[in-house]
Each structure stands twice: as structure tokens, then as C-alpha cells.
Design a protein around this ligand. Sequence first.
Ligand code: NAD
Length: 486
Amino acid sequence: MKIVVIGTGYVGLPHAAVLSEYGHEVHAYDIDETRIAAYQSGEAGNIERYVNEPGLADIVAENVNRYLFFTTDVTGVVEETDVFFLCINTPPNRDGSTDMSYYLNAIHHLGNLLAQRHNKQRVVLVNKSTVPIGTARLLESVMREHGVENFGVASNPEFLAQGNAVEGSRRPDRIVIGADTLEDMEILRRLYSQFVNHVRIRYLETTPETAEAIKYVSNTLLLTYISFWNGVGGRLAEAIPNIRMEDLKVGVTADARISTWGSYVSNGAGGSCFGKDIQSLIYQLNHAGRPTDLLRAVYNINEYQKIYLIDRAIHEAHFNFNQKKVALLGLSFKKRTNDMRDSAALRVAESLLSRGVATIQAYDPLAMDEARRNWFNPEKNYLYERITYHDSAVEAIEGTDALYISTDWEEFRGLARTIRTTVKPPYLVIDGRRMLPDFENLVAAGYDYLPVGGLLMRGRSNSSEAYSENDQAIPAIDELPQQVPA
Ligand code: NAD
């Protein structure tokens, strides 16, 4: 089939690439010319600068200019196209609602192009972006406004997890199609023919509104689950001696009804989706006059979790961050990606800077460029000048007074030995991902260890005295992040 994918970011590029693998002719379109030029080059370094996903650059290199074409102008291919996928960014507005401006620009442009078709074959316009419930109807009315003929609209939400985008697209757990007519369902069945009767993949056909709702309910349920473990399991093990977090997880999730996924504690879930989707759902339900207490609690628990360990460092370990040097390991929101959107490390860095740290010595295996270019740019905030970038975890740790592990990169596991050979106690290790199973050796050697989901473990260096020389300067406990409006 002939397909156009509009928007070639974290969702659009893997989707276009995997569809081209199945032999469809895919035209991937974006308004960002430098991005398109990078993809067009077929070179891994250029592609990964925008979307860094295992295996993705290889598929692009293999299919570019054969089945996969990159363009900033789709005028020439509109006539023959069977399906358009909309993979446009839909970020949050300040009030939690969805910023639809990018999406609206894209669909008005598409409406203009489609209205000029000579060939009036059926064309299906599919929302892959996560958009408020009712957006397929909006898409339909915009097309009518432009005078487009013989089209259908559908919702086909994307469920990929970053870091696993290619595998997730090749072997999804489900395909959800929300469309109004059998004709459009049939076109999408042809497109996804390899999944339709698959024994393991759930192929669900439903209404556009149900499909849109499935995406929001899925993401908010996942965040609820994560927040339950952080807000209940973690809190218990942080307050009561002798509760082993890992055993708690095994014992609870042995029940087949309880998911093992998400049953871990961490310094909060980041990424471009969970936070914005739950805010958007709160907004949509508020707008419909329905209560949102559960969703608001989940959102607030998750946001606070991102800086909670800093509060614990101050109030439990009596660590005064003022003028200290702190190593920050991990900047991306999770391992195997350079994406820093809504990353816990952003909140951690802001919190540390506001507490007067002298420097943050940062290291991330993939996200350093991203951090410098897009997030910690000193032109945006002069305090970011206090962030220095280092080529390895060891370099970042050298000369610091404390360490904060924010991302679950495998290379941070078992860092205890490196810490011991690089810095001397008194030293505070704050572990937001429980990455140091051998922490007991550290503690025995005099280092203080403060993990999420566990008690503060004091080293033998009598560090509480060392840290609290300047207790008066310790700021008050962080305020809860801005609450979602009731
Ligand atoms: P992104 O910011 O990485 O990519 C969006 C792309 O759209 C950019 O390349 C941008 O240049 C392009 N674009 C913007 N306006 C355009 C226009 N008028 N015409 C053509 N291209 C245009 O965003 P993303 O992470 O890929 O997310 C896209 C959508 O998918 C969002 O709605 C998001 O919520 C949803 N989603 C994302 C993920 C994820 O893991 N990132 C997972 C599931 C769903």
C-alpha cells in the first residue's frame, strides 16, 4: 500500500520504518527540514541525533529510497496514497489541556492538499498521535470544511515504549482501530494484514472514541500502578526497618492477578507521555463535570517522587547541599534513550540548583548532547552554567560530595566499587533506581547510602556531624509541585 506518515519523531519514524519493512511504500513527511535531511542521509549518527532507538537506524538505512522516502513536501504523492498517519506532537498546555496547535496546522495543510485530488479513491486518515477523545470527529469536520471527498477517519493509538520502539512496532501486544465504516476497517486490515489473525496480537476494532479512550486509560493506569508502588510499597520500606523491597515485590506479584510490570520503586516516571496524558485526561473529565480525585493524586505522587529523595537527603541524612559538588548520573527519562522530556533528572537538577549546589557534574551515556542543546542551556537560565558534563561516571563522580543516580542505565549497576576507588567518605550516595545491590560494602567502608524504597544506611564515618555543620542553611522541605487544578 502507499502510505504517508506525517511527523517523524519518536513515534512517526519507527512506525514509518517498520511499515516499509513490510513492503509498503512509505513517505515520511515532516516540516523540520534538518531532521528530514538527517534521515535521508541514512547514516546512523545523523538519525540517532533525533531518534535513538535500538535497530532503527539499520532499518532506515536498508529501506531508504527503496520503500522509505523522506520529504518535506508530499504534494506529489497525495493522489495515490491509501492511508495517512498523523504522528504529530501534542504537548500539554499550562492548564493540563492538550496543545493542539501543531496537530491543527498539520490537518489543515492536509485538508488543502486532499481537496485538490483528481483521483477520488478512498483515503483513510489515521490519528496515531495521542489526542483528546473526540479528535477523530474534529479531523472529519476539518476535512469537510476543506471540501475533501471520499475519505474516512480513524484512531489507531500508539502504545510503543521508548527504548523498545522497533520491537514494539514489529511485535505489538495489540492493534486498536477505531473507525466508523467497514470500508475503512477493511483498508486498515489490509495495511496490518500480518497482525489481523495473529495468535498473540489482539486486533481490536471499535469506535474512534473508544480507541482514543483506550490510550488514555492505558497510560493513566500504568502511571497509577507505578505510583502505587512508589507511594505505598516504597514508603513502607523507607519507614519500617527490615522490609526488603525486592522480596515485597516477589511476594505481592506472585498473585497472577497482579502485574510484575511497574512493581518497582523509582524516582518517578518521566517521558513525554505519562505526565501529559494524565493531565489531559484530568482536564477532559473536569470539562465533562466528573470527579478526578484518583488521577490527581496519582499525578501529584509521581511529580513529588522526582524530588522526594532530595528532601530525604536533607531531613534524614542532614545533608546540606549548599556549595556542595554533586554528581548526577543519568539524564534521560529512562535507559536506552536520549529523550529527556519530563525526565526526573530535570527536576533533580532544578532542585539541587535552587539549594545552592556549587556544581552538578553530569553524565549520561546517550543524552549529553540533548541536555546541552535543549534542556540545560545557560541562555535559558544562568544557573545551568553550574552544570558540567563528563565523559564517564567515574569522571562525573571525581571530586564530588554526593552522588545522585537518576536513570536506570545498566552501566550504573554495581557502581559501588567505582565510588570507593574514586571518592572518600563522608560521602552520600542517593540512589533513585536501586542500582547498587552491593551497597553493604559501601556502607561498611563508611559511605552513606540513601535508596528509594529503603532506609537510610549510615556509613561509619560519623557523617551526620560532617554534614550538619551548617544546619541553619538547610532550606525547608520542598513544597509539593504545583497541584493539578481541581
Ligand atoms: P515528537 O515531538 O518526537 O515528533 C513530532 C514530529 O512532528 C516532529 O518531528 C515535528 O517536527 C513534526 N511536526 C510538527 N508539526 C508538523 C506538521 N504540521 N507537519 C509535519 N510534521 C510536523 O513527538 P512523538 O514523541 O513522536 O509523539 C507524537 C505523538 O505520539 C504524540 O501525540 C504523543 O503523545 C504520541 N505518543 C508518543 C509516544 C512516545 O513514546 N514518544 C508513545 C505513544 C504515543
